[in-house]
Design a binder for this molecule. Structure first.
Ligand code: NDP
Ligand code: GDR
Length: 356
């Protein structure tokens, strides 16, 4: 490797993982280009701390307007930036929303991946540019094997997962057909204080903080029995980078190997704000009740049920341990605490600022 700084291009840089990855790569001395979408409201909150005014001296972080549904735009950005590594993190990433917007999800998440791969090929960057694809444990869907590993058969259960299945295989195909250094990270759920507010963990931690501060009455959730293998996003982006540093491209599971029901995550989070819950009833009638006051704080709302659900995810990260030297550090219990403590802090400072 020469002494020149490596150049990375991150799609989805304004998302949870994009923000952590951009920070990691800047810390490693990379020049980082990110693609952001035009939005009528501010959408760069997560990367505010690393944003550099282009007028500063020697900036290393650059943002470009773009969209995964716009091939000419993607080709131009790849051409202009000539990246050593592309991290394709952009996606319509909400599973439930994908049932409402299946065609858009297929376009952005599935064909969008193809557009980027084609950009590499059209620009003849096959030998220079390495490619990371944000694949997902949602590919496993309906349980075929436990724990799930790289060889477990896929059975997608949503338009999102079906779109990501196409993306997974087109990455494998371009690797085999054109010799691209292209890898799939099959990442199990990973969360953080920067997690989007409508994913279940953040929805729970925000609600627990708001209920504690008297700003919300109740939390409505869907399937409390779903089990997820939750890790910390900050650690998972390091795994992405490690995949790009290997001599040979390959596909890897990143997971903790531990699974937790949604109900348990709710209990922990409320416990961390000083509320003990007991559960009463079953199915749609199940309720979470404050043992101190008898108030119902958690209810099930079938509107959050999915037409087809993924009931159980638990990953086997042995290959990543052995080949990448990657291992998760934060337990799901610690993760829940970090998230709710941060949401409490944000809401308390909001109260002070607004006097609300
Ligand atoms: P987020 O939803 O937080 O971020 C998604 C990013 O993609 C945002 O920057 C978003 O922009 C951008 N985006 C969405 N649609 C488009 C589009 N059409 N064109 C360009 N950009 C677009 O997701 P995460 O950071 O949590 O996840 C990153 C990737 O990893 C995603 O591909 C996700 O599917 C995948 N994944 C995530 C896992 C997780 O547990 N977090 C697990 C496994 C895979 P904007 O900010 O404007 O909305
Ligand atoms: P998931 O994450 O679908 O696993 O996809 P999400 O947090 O949305 O759901 C996890 C589980 O919780 C159940 N659930 C609820 N989910 C939401 N969002 N809201 C609720 O009110 C609620 N109640 C119960 C869900 O049914 C589900 O079983 C995430 C995304 O980041 C994907 O992009 C990524 O690929 C996968 O993780 C791995």
């Amino acid at each position: 490797m020469s002494d020149e700084a490596k150049v990375a291009l991150i799609t989805g840089v304004t998302g949870q993982d994009g923000a952590y990855l951009a920070q990691l790569l800047l810390d490693k001395g990379y020049i980082v280009h990110g693609i952001k979408r035009r939005s009528s409201s501010f959408n760069t909150g997560r990367i505010e701390n690393i944003y550099q005014d282009p007028h500063e001296e020697n900036p290393r972080f650059f943002l470009h307007y773009g969209d995964m549904t716009d091939a000419t735009n993607l080709i131009r950005i790849v051409q202009e930036t000539q990246p050593d590594e592309i991290y394709n993190l952009a996606a319509q990433s909400h599973v439930q929303v994908s049932f409402e917007t299946p065609e858009y999800t297929a376009n952005a998440d599935g064909i969008g991946t193809l557009r980027l791969l084609e950009a590499i090929r059209i620009l003849k960057l096959e030998k220079k540019t390495r490619f990371y694809q944000a694949s997902t444990s949602e590919l496993y869907g309906l349980v075929q094997e436990v724990p799930q590993r790289e060889t477990t058969p896929f059975y997608p259960r949503s338009p999102y997962a079906a779109a990501k299945l196409y993306a997974y295989w087109i990455v494998v195909n371009y690797r085999e057909a054109y010799g691209l250094h292209a890898s799939n990270g099959i990442l199990f759920n990973h969360e953080s204080p920067m997690r989007g507010e409508t994913f279940v963990t953040r929805k729970i931690t925000r609600a627990a903080a708001a209920i504690k501060l008297g700003r919300q009455e109740k939390l409505y959730l869907g399937n409390l029995d779903a089990k997820r293998d939750w890790g910390h996003a900050k650690e998972y982006v390091r795994g992405m980078w490690l995949m790009m540093q290997q001599d040979k491209p390959d596909d890897y599971v990143l997971a903790t190997g531990e699974t937790t029901p949604v109900r348990q995550f709710v209990e922990w989070t409320f416990e961390d704000v000083g509320i003990n819950l007991k559960w009463q009833g079953e199915g749609v009638s199940e309720k979470g009740i404050d043992t101190a006051t008898g108030k119902v704080l958690v209810e099930v709302d079938p509107r959050y049920f999915r037409p087809t659900e993924v009931e159980l995810l638990i990953g086997d990260p042995t290959k990543a341990h052995e080949k990448l030297g990657w291992k998760h550090e934060t337990s799901v219990r610690e993760l829940a605490r970090e998230m709710v403590v941060e949401d409490l802090r944000i809401m308390q400072s909001d109260i002070v600022t607004k006097g609300a």
